[in-house]
Design a protein around this ligand. Structure first.
Ligand SMILES: *[C@@H]1O[C@H](CO)[C@@H](O)[C@H](O)[C@H]1NC(C)=O
Length: 493
């Protein structure tokens, strides 16, 4: 990574220059559940009992970075790294990492401190970035409600550090902030993050963690469960970008949240994309209207966009239709914001509710020939090339995707020189032709346009006014102005 002269003078703790929010907006993130991505011995036949530790490690991950980079991802988000509760619970082990018991030690199931340092260095050597999942809302305890032995929790080792036990009423914001996540089988004691001593402990902790492991970004868990004014100080201490989980589909709350944390997961888009593309009888209306609404209320370029993660049912559990999966993935990767793909999406994994969406990736044999792996690689390449064009073009301030055509089963989204045409017809649906008018394509009369996805690199020509006829079918189509494709590597150009 590049060092400025100033950071060279600051010594070892600050060698890694933090990636700014604007730089994060150019990245494309691959989400990993460390326990389920790759084993140290590289074996791909090991079965994974879904609630137990299955043997994934940082060393295993280092050995499979080609697989991730080959899809065009530039950053890796790993599941929480700190020491968790040990042993089994009625909900299984803490293989996912969200049940911390000691924030100053690593979870040794995934490797040593040196292994994590090596992972960070291996990513940086490839020009890639490390994002670590961070939890400050709660700790974890194997047991009922408030019968917690606090002496096991480090450093917050007595009840005074925690809100009194209560069950969350999700209709009440104060209850969401102060009551406990978890249930009567695994308790998640809720920290009094409003206390200044807890805040300063977390600030020093994150500063040290970022320096020690050269972390470039954070995914932040349970953000909605912590009072808003905790976050600016925490982010400042960390000195790196964060993308927070506010698990809420209501677009109206995002503008205010971004006053405290600019980067958030785009849950509203997740719900719209899922309902629209998983069901051929849904129309495009909610998606198109929703995107326009959110754009008016939030800085969408700063949000993380996704259709799967470790907490949600996989898309392929809703429909096994490959064409619908292609549309949902291509749509998401080309949306405004920072795309995030959860391990296994590229292999069309189909696990449903928790914990079934946490399959071990190795059972796929890391197949780089799969249809979706190939699609993701192409679309990431398209996105990367549009970003390069954006950099070259001064004054190109508004760089948002917007709808330039929609009907009940298809939508065309334009972003600069690129137009993506997506449908929810499904594999069995009959195609039809649409016309995107000249003013909407942005293309000149007679402009040559290449079908970089879904058209075997065919070249089509815009009409005299720049309008374009496009054949909508079950699979997505991505069109790119031919004159802007030079040096992209797409379609051999
Ligand atoms: C993105 O495009 C730039 C050229 O603009 C290229 O140097 C870089 O390697 C590309 N990155 C990826 C991940 O493809």
């Amino acid at each position: 990574m590049k060092l400025s002269p100033a950071s060279l003078l600051l010594g070892a703790a600050s060698v890694a220059q933090a990636l700014s929010g604007a730089e994060w907006q150019k990245q494309s993130i691959y989400q990993i559940l460390t326990d389920r991505f790759a084993r140290t011995d590289g074996s791909t036949t090991e079965q994974c009992a879904i609630t137990s530790y299955c043997g994934g490690t940082y060393k295993g991950l280092i050995n499979h970075l080609d697989y991730i980079q080959g899809m065009g991802f530039t950053a890796v988000w790993i599941s929480p790294i700190v020491k968790n509760l040990e042993g089994d619970t009625p909900h299984g082990t803490a293989y996912h990492g969200y049940w911390a018991q000691d924030i100053y030690s690593l979870n040794e199931n995934f490797g040593t401190e040196q292994d994590l340092i090596d992972l960070s260095a291996a990513l940086h050597a490839r020009g890639m970035y490390l994002m670590v999942d961070i939890v400050t809302n709660h700790m974890g305890y194997n047991g009922c409600g408030d019968c917690v032995d606090y002496s096991l929790l480090k450093p917050f080792d007595n009840s005074g550090y925690y809100h009194p036990f209560c069950e969350i009423n999700y209709d009440d914001d104060n209850s969401v902030r102060t009551c406990w996540e978890g249930d009567n089988q695994v308790s998640l004691p809720d920290l009094k993050t409003e206390d200044s001593n807890i805040r300063s402990t977390f600030s020093e902790w994150i500063q040290d963690l970022v320096a020690k492991y050269s972390i470039d970004g954070m995914r932040i868990d349970s953000v909605k469960h912590v009072e808003k004014d905790f976050w600016p100080g925490f982010l400042e201490a960390a000195g790196i970008y964060g993308i927070g989980e506010v698990l809420d589909g209501n677009p109206a709350i995002y503008g205010d949240w971004q006053q405290y944390m600019q980067g958030l997961m785009n849950y509203p888009l997740f719900y719209w994309v899922q309902e629209t593309f998983s069901n051929p009888s849904a129309t495009m209306d909610n998606l198109v209207n929703g995107i326009n609404t959110l754009k008016g209320q939030a800085d969408t370029a700063a949000l993380g966009v996704f259709i799967e993660n470790h907490d949600q049912k996989r898309f392929a559990s809703l429909t096994g239709d490959m064409s619908l999966a292609k549309n949902a993935i291509a749509f998401t990767l080309l949306s405004d914001g920072i795309p995030i793909l959860y391990q296994g999406q590229e292999q069309h994994f189909s696990g449903g509710d928790t914990p079934n969406q946490r399959e071990a990736l190795w059972t796929s044999g890391y197949n780089t020939e799969s249809e979706l792996y190939q699609l993701v690689a192409t679309v990431n390449q398209v996105r990367n090339h549009t970003l390069a064009a954006r950099n070259a073009e001064s004054g190109y301030v508004k760089y948002q995707a917007w709808s330039v055509y929609s009907d009940s089963h298809s939508v065309a989204m334009r972003k600069g020189d690129v137009i993506g045409v997506f449908s929810n017809l499904g594999s069995g649906g009959s195609g039809y032709q649409i016309t995107i008018s000249g003013g909407n394509t942005g293309y000149a009369g007679g402009e040559e346009v290449v079908q970089v996805l879904g058209g075997d690199c065919n070249v089509v020509t815009a009409d005299g006014a720049g309008g374009l006829n496009v054949d909508v079918g079950p699979d997505p189509v991505v069109l790119y102005k031919a004159s802007a494709l030079e040096g992209s590597g797409l379609c051999g150009r």
